[in-house]
Design a protein around this ligand. Structure first.
Ligand code: C2E
Ligand code: MG
Ligand code: MG
Length: 700
């Protein structure tokens, strides 16, 4: 604020006029006051000047009259002298005429002076000098009639004329003095007027300047700052505090805006935060990573990686320890990953047990190594207060190269998602990088889900049978395995299309078709028994047991001839309905086998929850026999355990001769694998078993 005359005018104005409204009104009032005062002063001065100039003009007129009076008196005196001492009669006549003219002139001027208010009675001789002019002239005329006027009359006349001349001179002097005074008055008034106008003008200029300065230095900047704050808010920027303004109106507005900003920020934080862990959510991740990709990636920049980490079997933690513990665990996992990744990385919770991770890749640092580092970091136990939990994560990685300019966060997330599925397929507890093949596989999966519906109607599905050989006797058994010959894609593995059927909701229908087909085929081989693979979804299906029994009845098959294979993905220990179905099935005479034993982590739990009739040791355990001591140990333990509960043990996937001996000596009760037979067409089964004698010698 401007400092005028040594005091802070701005401060004074701000103190008294803290409100914009009052400031504007005050400023306008000041301007009006200045203008009115100027107007008033000008008018007053103008009137005064007018009357003074009138007085001057009167005084000037008086001087003029006085001037003429002096001249008339002097002419009168001259004419008197001439008249009283004429040279000849002509002179006397002329002097008489001049005398008369002068007397008339004197009378006229005296009258004019008197009329204009000149008071010369107070002057010496003023009361007599111009009185009785007629008698004075008569006296002169009479005195002039004699040849020579008597001296006494002459003296009298002369004295009177001298008196008149003196008075006229006095009147002239007085009029001139009055005129000079009027002139001085006018010039004084003019000077005063000038000064007043100057002062009033200066005051007006000062007031306007103060107002302008206030406007420019306080009001406009404050309005501009308020506008900037509003603009930031309108642009969605909430990360700043709205300043406090001195002007009352702006103060009120800024208070409301600050409340609005805080509320909007809270809503935004809510929308960008996972409520149970306080971590950023998917939306926050997508927005922040998108802007970082736009800022940080491009030629000359460092690369980065987007990862999706999925906690393996997180559902078990929730089921076993409760959801609060699950949330706590998720938070701890997130924090551990943040600690592990350090500055510059971002970890968000994007699903119940899923994290999205963004990390810049320092030069020479590989994305895969970073993923593996996270996998091992998570593997260390988590302290949940009353208990300690050990979990693993599967991580999918999608790299964005440093020279890549078209990195899109959603594309990277999709890729990481594909990679995480691949990591799950690879056995979990590992990090897998995205490759274009994964994308093709996803495409294929989608195509399979779409085309599977037609496969039944078009007769593209068929059953094949792989023999299972008991070690102790020659009983014949086959495992029913479904096949799909896709018209365009050729033969598709059931390991591929069974999950597709499960995803697309076709599994129950497909499972039903498989059972009907397999049982229909089994009627052709009365001496054989059969294993049928079941999807977990079939065990959840309403009326499944009834359906199976009906099929058996229809085909005249005793349930004892059937073994139903389930896999650990069923998680029966947490699935009472499936467990109940299994119990019902076994009570109905079916035998139940646990397939692919040794691939997952819950096989042992399943063994505890349900007494299986048979264990099928997975191919991966078998193929590593003799090579990997751990596989050998797991294999031996599994066989021992199965035998101890009276279950049969099937070693599946035997493809090499040298494996047979260790498997047999470990105590496996059944053998299955390409070494004996690949899955064969239904029409070839009979033929196969006709040559069984030859096979027997092989098994022996
Ligand atoms: P699975 O039930 O463990 O079936 C054994 C798989 O191992 C079969 O693959 C079989 O062809 C293969 N196999 C057997 N011996 C050997 C060997 O010596 N070496 C090698 N490399 N492989 C061997 P397939 O037919 O591709 O089936 C894969 C999986 O798909 C099955 O594993 C089963 O889980 C599922 N599946 C197959 N058919 C059906 C079905 O009809 N219903 C259901 N629900 N699942 C089925
Ligand atoms: Mg099987
Ligand atoms: Mg198997």
């Amino acid at each position: 604020m401007s400092r005028i005359a040594g005091f802070n005018l701005g401060k004074a104005i701000r103190a008294t006029l803290g409100s914009l409204e009052k400031r504007v009104i005050g400023a306008l009032m000041l301007i009006v006051l200045c203008t009115v005062s100027l107007q008033f002063i000008s008018q007053d001065r103008a009137f005064k000047l007018h009357s003074e100039s009138q007085a001057l003009s009167d005084a000037a007129g008086d001087v003029e009259h006085a001037d003429q009076l002096v001249r008339a008196v002097s002419q009168f005196r001259l004419a008197t002298r001439l008249y009283l001492s004429p040279g000849d009669s002509r002179d006397a006549v002329r002097a008489g005429d001049e005398l008369t003219d002068a007397a008339m002139q004197i009378g006229t001027q005296v009258t004019a002076l008197r009329l204009s208010g000149v008071d010369f009675y107070d002057l010496p001789g003023g009361d007599v000098a111009f009185e009785d002019m007629d008698r004075h002239i008569v006296r002169i005329i009479e005195a002039g009639r004699g040849a020579t006027a008597p001296f006494a009359v002459r003296d009298l006349v002369e004295s009177r004329n001298a008196q008149m001349a003196k008075l006229a001179g006095e009147i002239h002097t007085q009029a001139a003095a009055a005129r000079d005074e009027a002139t001085m008055k006018i010039s004084r008034s003019t000077r005063n007027w000038e000064m007043l106008v100057t002062v009033a003008g200066l005051v007006t200029v000062a007031v306007v300047s103060v107002i302008l300065l206030d406007l420019m230095r306080n009001i406009m900047p404050a309005l501009r700052r308020m506008h900037a704050a509003l603009r930031r808010l309108a642009d969605g920027d909430l990360d700043f505090e709205i300043e406090k303004f001195e002007l009352r109106e702006l103060q009120a507005l800024s208070g409301s805006l600050e409340t609005f900003r805080r509320n909007a920020l809270a809503v935004k934080n809510l929308a960008f935060t996972d409520p149970s862990t306080g971590m950023p959510n998917r939306r926050a991740f997508v927005e922040q990573v998108a802007s970082r990709l736009a800022r940080e990636v491009g030629p000359g920049a460092q690369g980065c990686v987007v990862m999706l980490a999925d906690v393996d079997r997180f559902k078990h933690v929730n089921d076993d320890y409760g959801h609060a513990a699950g949330d706590k665990l998720v938070k701890l996992i997130g924090e551990r990953m943040v600690d592990e990744l350090g500055e510059g990385a971002m970890v968000a919770r994007v699903g119940g047990d899923e994290f999205a991770i963004f990390a810049p890749l320092a030069e020479g640092r590989s994305a895969a190594a970073l993923g593996s580092k996270l996998v091992s970091a998570v593997r260390a136990p988590f302290d949940l207060g009353n208990f300690t939990v050990v979990v693993t994560v599967s991580i999918g990685l999608a790299k964005c190269a440093c020279d890549q300019v078209d990195c899109d966060v959603n594309v990277l997330l999709n890729r990481a998602d594909l990679a995480v599925y691949a990591a799950k397929r690879n056995g979990r507890n590992c990090a897998t990088c995205f490759t274009s093949e994964l994308e093709e596989e996803r495409e294929l999966d989608r195509a399979l889900e779409r085309d599977l519906a037609w496969a039944f109607a078009e007769g593209q599905l068929r059953m094949v049978y792989q023999p299972i050989h008991p070690v102790a006797n020659a009983d014949g058994e086959v495992e029913a395995l479904v096949r799909w010959r896709h018209p365009r894609l050729g033969d598709i593995s059931p390991a591929r299309f069974i999950p597709a059927a499960e995803r697309s909701g076709l599994m129950v229908e497909l499972g039903g078709w498989i059972i009907e087909r397999a049982l229909a085929d089994l009627t052709r081989w009365p001496a054989l028994s059969m294993s049928i693979n079941l999807s977990p979804l079939q065990l959840q299906q309403d009326g499944f047991v009834g359906f199976l029994m009906d099929c058996c009845r229809k085909n005249g098959i005793d349930p004892h001839r059937l073994t139903l294979e389930v896999t650990e993905s069923l998680s029966i220990e947490r699935n009472t309905r499936a467990l109940l179905t299994l119990e019902l099935l076994r009570n109905s005479g079916f035998r139940i086998a646990l397939d692919d034993f040794g691939t997952g982590y819950s096989s042992l739990c399943m063994m505890k929850s349900f007494r299986f009739d048979r264990l099928k040791l997975d191919r991966s355990l078998i193929s590593d026999l003799g090579k990997d001591p751990t596989s050998q140990a797991v294999f031996d333990a599994a066989v021992t355990m199965a035998l101890s509960i009276g279950a049969e043990v099937v070693a599946e996937g035997i493809s090499e001769e040298n494996l047979v001996e260790p498997i047999r000596s470990a105590g496996c009760t059944h053998l299955q694998g390409f070494l004996y037979s690949r899955p064969i067409e239904a029409d070839s089964v009979e033929e196969y078993y006709l040559g069984k004698a030859a096979l027997k010698s092989k098994v022996a």
